[in-house]
Each structure stands twice: as structure tokens, then as C-alpha cells.
Design a protein around this ligand. Structure first.
Ligand code: C2E
Ligand code: SIN
Ligand code: SIN
Ligand code: FE
Ligand code: FE
Length: 405
């Protein structure tokens, strides 16, 4: 990171503009906020930072970055923390949201006495970190309403010393965040639109909730991230795919909108006739994305169509004519698109761990044994390896989205 002192105003403005352009390429709110936080930290040369989104009277944790503790890769499990902070003057971020104005603190352990809020040192204690300077600012949506709060920590000078946030960097940060507003609005809206589509397609099935699809989306994105790291996928491509798969995997079962209640809600086992009908949800889902051209839509189509393929080729629907439903041939191994192989594993992990109209939830131990057992038959063995290597992240996601979202 270069420090502000070594940069010209025009360079900073150019950087801000190009980041805004990059934000336009992103769809999902998590990736958009990740990018905003990274750029804001760069502008202020801040070691760490976090973002909270407003939900009613609370701020819900969304992102954390900390170069000293987590490095550039971040702490993936920490991204799914369930921390919620009430909007009131007790905490720094709560106070910033309540007062709708930014706040600069030079020493977190020696707050000016006129401030109503106190610094919460639990993060410092838990991670053995030392917060010194803080700059916290409200994030506004396009209509000027507060959508969240961004908190930057430990501005750092050329010599690596922690310093207060400079006037200059505060100005840049506010300029930047006012331009990021539209991207934040879009990201929040995209997640809501997807959840609404899912709710419509699930009106029938009371046992399935928004939380299930939030989990499948987040599991898939994290499995992809680890796969991409192992395959040395360039950072830009990784971020773009992480962003898209988060939403596209949430839509894997939208085709269930076309399946009759009597089958969807059936408490017992399906007859083979009913099961054949149920399998059509893959084709029905894929058709919804058929005539569109965006990358996100083609990924959504790929996932809807192929999330029940199996590594050994015994899944469905294989290669088909989308409209007649005629089977052209089976799909197996890496002929199955990567995103579909990933979503297949994420979906079954969640299906086994949850209760359904026809089954009870399994214990984690049994779920893990089943996934291990089905490596190379049902699932891509490399993805099963990856699955077990990020168990703690997957658990954090499961805990975060443990009820209706
Ligand atoms: P679902 O309940 O979300 O299950 C998703 C997928 O999890 C299943 O896709 C299957 O691949 C996997 N799965 C479920 N149980 C097991 C298991 O014990 N071991 C392993 N290795 N994998 C398992 P599938 O079979 O194509 O089913 C698609 C959807 O059809 C299911 O989604 C569910 O909505 C419905 N369905 C399947 N079987 C029944 C049933 O017996 N009764 C009812 N009412 N619905 C069923
Ligand atoms: C891909 O790079 O997207 C596919 C590679 C694979 O299927 O393993
Ligand atoms: C679900 O997990 O929501 C339904 C299972 C499937 O058909 O993928
Ligand atoms: Fe499905
Ligand atoms: Fe599913």
C-alpha cells in the first residue's frame, strides 16, 4: 500500500473512480462490501476495518479485514460472525449510525470524555490486537438513508507506525463512500430479489426457508474460493466468480415453482413416478434463465440444470434438450460444470443437515461420514477434500443462517 503523502490528488481521484467502475461489475452485497472496505483501507492506509449493515434498529456484522491478524486472505470463518449491535450511543458504530455523522478517534483506550459511547475491547482481547486510531462513518444508500457503518482501524504511516487518521484521508473516504452508495443499494437489492424469487418458488414447502438457500449460496462460494486458491485462479477471476456463485447457487431449486404441491409437500417417500416428476425441477429452473445473456444468468442456468449430476455419471438430467426434455447423454466427472459440482455438494450437505417434509435432520457426525462415503461416486473427490479442509468456515455459515433469513 502506498501512503497518501506520496500520492497526488488526481491519482487518488482516479483510483476512486476506477474502483467505482469495478463495483459496477459486482452483484452480491458481500463481495461489494469486501471491495469497498479494501479500497477504503487503502485510501487511509488502515491496517484493519469492518462493515456493518443496518437491519431495523440493529447493525449486523458483514465484513472484517485485518492485515496484521488475517493477512490479505482474511479469516473466512470470522466473515460469518453473528455479531449484532443496537443502534444507540453505547457503542462507537451504534453512535455513528444514531448520530448519522462520522467519528474520528485518535486513541481507542482514551476516548474524549464528551463522547457518550465506549470502546468495546473484546475483539482486541480475543485476537490479541491493539486498536489505536479509529475512523467510523455512516454508509448511505442512494436516497441518503443509512444502510450501514464502516469502521477503519489503525491508520499507518510510512514507517509502519499507527497514527490518527489524517484530514486528507477523511475527505477521500467520504468522497469514496458517497460514490459507493449505489453499489451498496444494488447489492442489497440483488440479495433481496433472489430471496423473493426463492420464496415464490417455495410457497408450497413450509420446511424450506430463505435460510437454506442463504447457506447453500455461502457454502458454494466458500468451496469455490478454496478450489480457486488451489488452482491458482487469478484474484480478479476468483472475486468475480465468488460474487456470482453466491447468488446463482441460491437459485438452484427455483424450478420447484413448477412442481405440484402434492409432490413437494409429501411427508413420505416419493413413488418412482413422483420422483421422475420432481427431477424436472432442474429443467424447469434452467428454462427460466434460457433467453438471457448476462454471465450471472448463464451461471444460474448451469447450476439449476446440473446440480443433481453425480461424479460417476448416475445423476440427472445429463445432457438434455431443454424444451423436449430428451436426454442426449450422461454427464460425469469434470464434464459437469465446476459450479454445478460445487452446488451439488453444498446442497446435499445442507439437505442432510436439515429436516425436510420427508426426513429428520442428521447429526454432523453422520453427515460427514455420508459425504466421505460418497466421494468419487456422488461427489467430486477434490471438492470433498476441500469441504473437509474448510469445515470451520462451513460451520460458521450454518450458525449464521440457522433460521429464517
Ligand atoms: P432435498 O431434500 O433437498 O435433497 C437434495 C439432494 O440431497 C437429493 O437429491 C439427494 O441427492 C441428496 N440426498 C438426500 N438424501 C441423501 C442421502 O441419504 N444420502 C446422500 N448421499 N444424498 C442424499 P434428489 O434425490 O434428486 O432429490 C431432489 C429433491 O426431491 C429433494 O431435495 C426433495 O425435495 C425431493 N425428494 C427426494 N426424495 C424424496 C422423498 O422420498 N420424499 C419427498 N417428499 N421428497 C423427496
Ligand atoms: C473450470 O476451470 O471452470 C473447470 C475446471 C474443472 O471442471 O475442473
Ligand atoms: C433443496 O435442497 O432445496 C431441494 C433439493 C434439491 O432438489 O436440490
Ligand atoms: Fe434440486
Ligand atoms: Fe436445494
Amino acid at each position: 500500500m502506498s501512503t497518501l503523502e506520496t500520492r497526488q490528488d488526481s491519482t487518488v481521484i482516479r483510483t476512486i473512480l476506477s474502483t467505482i467502475k469495478e463495483l459496477d461489475q459486482l452483484n452480491d452485497i458481500d463481495m461489494i462490501l469486501d471491495r469497498i472496505l479494501l479500497e477504503a483501507r487503502r485510501l487511509a492506509n488502515a491496517d484493519a476495518g469492518s462493515i456493518f449493515l443496518r437491519q431495523g434498529n440493529e447493525l449486523v456484522f458483514n465484513q472484517v479485514q485485518n492485515d496484521t491478524l488475517f493477512g490479505s486472505d482474511g479469516n473466512r470463518a470470522a466473515q460469518y460472525s453473528q455479531l449484532r449491535i443496537p443502534i444507540n450511543s453505547n457503542s462507537i458504530v451504534g453512535y455513528v449510525a444514531e448520530s448519522n455523522s462520522h467519528l474520528a478517534i485518535d486513541n481507542a483506550y482514551n476516548l474524549p470524555p464528551e463522547l457518550p459511547c465506549t470502546f468495546n475491547s473484546s475483539f482486541d482481547i480475543e485476537f490479541n490486537y491493539q486498536t489505536v486510531s479509529i475512523f467510523a462513518m455512516p454508509l448511505h444508500g442512494f436516497n441518503q438513508e443509512i444502510v450501514g457503518v464502516m469502521q477503519l482501524i489503525n491508520a499507518t504511516n510510512k514507517d509502519g507506525q499507527k497514527t490518527p487518521f489524517s484530514e486528507e484521508s477523511k475527505t477521500y473516504l467520504q468522497l469514496f463512500s458517497s460514490h459507493a452508495a449505489m453499489a451498496i443499494d444494488r447489492g442489497v437489492m440483488n440479495r433481496e430479489i433472489v430471496l423473493r424469487m426463492v420464496r415464490m418458488s417455495r410457497l408450497h414447502d413450509p420446511k424450506e426457508t430463505g435460510a437454506h438457500v442463504q447457506r447453500v449460496g455461502a457454502y458454494s462460494a466458500e468451496l469455490y474460493r478454496e478450489w480457486a486458491k488451489r488452482h491458482s485462479v487469478p484474484a480478479d477471476e476468483l472475486k468475480s466468480m465468488f460474487d456470482m456463485i453466491r447468488l446463482a447457487a441460491m437459485l438452484h431449486d427455483v424450478g420447484k415453482v413448477g412442481i405440484a404441491d402434492i409432490i413437494l409437500k409429501k411427508p413420505g417417500r416419493l413413488t418412482s413416478q413422483e420422483y421422475s416428476t420432481m427431477k424436472r425441477h432442474t429443467l424447469l429452473g434452467a428454462r427460466l434463465f434460457e433467453s438471457t445473456t448476462s454471465e450471472l444468468d448463464s451461471l444460474s442456468k448451469e447450476i439449476a440444470l446440473h446440480h443433481h449430476e453425480r461424479w460417476d455419471g448416475k445423476g440427472y438430467p445429463g445432457e438434455v434438450d431443454l424444451f423436449s426434455g430428451d436426454r442426449i447423454g450422461g454427464l460425469s466427472g469434470t464434464d459437469i460444470p465446476l459450479a454445478s459440482r460445487i452446488t451439488a455438494l453444498a446442497d446435499v450437505y445442507d439437505a442432510l443437515s436439515s429436516s425436510r417434509s420427508y426426513k429428520e435432520a442428521w447429526t454432523e457426525d453422520l453427515v460427514f461420514k455420508e459425504i466421505e462415503k460418497c466421494s468419487s461416486s456422488q461427489f467430486d473427490p477434490e471438492l470433498v477434500d476441500i469441504f473437509f479442509s474448510i469445515k470451520n468456515v462451513l460451520r460458521a455459515i450454518g450458525d449464521k443462517y440457522s433460521n429464517e433469513a
